[in-house]
Design a protein around this ligand. Sequence first.
Ligand code: AMP
Ligand code: ZN
Ligand code: FE
Length: 287
Amino acid sequence: MIDLQLHTTDSDGTWPWRKVADACVELKLTAFAITDHDTMCRRTEVLEYAKKYNVQAIPGIELSTAENGHTVHLLGYFLNGPLSKLEGRLDFLRQGRLDRNKLIITRLRSIGIDVTEEEVLAIAGNKVVGRPHIARLLLSKGVVSNMQDAFDKYLIPGGKAYFPKEELPLREGIDLLHEAGAVTSVAHPGLLRCTALELETSLREWRSWGLDGVEGIYPSYSPEQVGFFSRMQAKYGFLITGGSDFHGENKPHIKIGTGTGRLNVPDALLEPLYQRRDEVAAAANRN
Ligand code: AMP
Ligand code: ZN
Ligand code: FE
């Protein structure tokens, strides 16, 4: 079993990366990837961890991108190329999150909810700030009764205090990650709000832009969805990736490796991923 989508306190998870890594080892996962939002700050430590404990610990990232007005999360794995250009764009995205945080807080205050930017940043630990941190603050103040309630009432599009954040065009994200020597995969495409036909049309186009993979195994997918992504793999040559999207207490129903209980991302996905890793790294380091 492997798990290729895990979040830590470096973004909007509640477990420090070391605790997540140790739990993966404890669970005897064959491989795991740390994929925090818009940061690759643990890349070196994850590689050192892999060496020291002789496990397949993969540095990763989940990049905020957008396409056709839809938010699309783009996973990047390995990051074996030159990183400075990507780092510059990540600075931009993180600043965009801080700016959005201000807007959301101002709106919440304007409707009589006593929250401050400082309180959100304290929960985020001055790392990458996201809506789950605001949700947690609302929960701790008793404004809502659970995390989902905070999203539904205030933080989703249409909610009382929703504001979008900066996102890179998907195509730029794919190029950026490739230039940084990362294999790319669209995170949880099954959550995109569109029909199967629309999704296939998008995936075909994104494949032509160089997108390597799709997250075809994910806790909330139905067997039909898993089948759909397996057909996409056969038809367009995608890699399949899969992960739990673990966020610690911020998604309390999701466990590392097993998701809601039935997730089982097979080891067999690794070999094609490693093959692609070597191709992408070779191209990135040629440029
Ligand atoms: P952000 O990066 O600030 O846009 O927040 C995105 C994170 O919020 C995602 O990774 C999810 O963990 C969480 N999230 C987004 N939409 C929802 C939703 N409708 N319900 C619960 N959590 C959500
Ligand atoms: Zn997250
Ligand atoms: Fe995501």
